[in-house]
Design a protein around this ligand. Structure first.
Ligand SMILES: [Zn+2]
Length: 205
């Protein structure tokens, strides 16, 4: 084992490895569990930026377009994503509505924005500044609080129960959120955080 700063832990099983540079087009995998540990810098940052940009646009679509429509006995009603959240907003449940809006819309948007700011200089091959490093740190801190995917799963479970009673139409926003679930799964398996941190470590000021 070499000096401490040359050791990296597998993000999945915590096995320690010695760091070494990854050749062009190659990937380093964990010796024990096979998880991707290091990728080539240019590929990593390009993937982070493209996934973050597409997720950001999908999130904007999820807020702007109709989310769900229900119809029963000749009566129909439609709502947007924020409308769904604000359905809880009368009297004592208002704090809950604000928390849900933060977890499924505002925190994910802030996190994606921070990711885009952090990796843009790396993609453009400019020297990153401490601002970009702080932005990536913020994105990593917000990761556990960004819960749009959990909300979609919750909605899907609830819809299975009510489709027997009413007819449900899925709006564009629903599909945008479903796309976000797929992208966030990719983000977790494809992004090599260590590579991005190391690239940002060359920052000035
Ligand atoms: Zn591992």
């Amino acid at each position: 084992m070499g000096p401490l700063e040359d050791l990296i832990a597998c993000p999945h099983c915590d096995t320690l490895h010695n760091y070494s540079d990854v050749p062009e087009g190659a990937q380093a995998h964990c010796r024990k569990c096979g998880a991707v540990m290091l990728t080539q810098r240019a590929a990593s940052v390009a993937i982070v930026l493209s996934l973050a940009l597409s997720s950001f646009l999908l999130m904007i679509a999820a807020i702007s377009f109709p989310f769900l429509g229900v119809e029963a006995g000749g009566l129909s009603n439609g709502t947007s994503l924020l409308g769904t959240v604000m359905a809880f907003s009368d009297d004592y449940a208002l704090p809950l509505a604000i928390a849900v809006a933060a977890f499924i819309v505002f925190i994910p948007l802030t996190r994606l924005g921070a990711l885009i700011v952090a990796v843009t200089p790396l993609v453009l091959d400019r020297t990153p500044r401490s601002l970009h490093k702080r932005a990536f740190g913020l994105a990593e801190q917000l990761r556990p609080w960004s819960m749009a995917e959990i909300f979609v799963v919750g909605v899907a479970v609830a819809l299975v129960k009510i489709t027997a009673l009413v007819s449900v139409t899925y709006g564009l926003a629903f599909w945008a959120l479903a796309g976000l679930v797929v992208l966030s799964f990719w983000q977790d398996t494809l992004i090599c955080r260590y590579t991005v941190w190391r690239a940002l470590d060359t920052s000035r000021d």
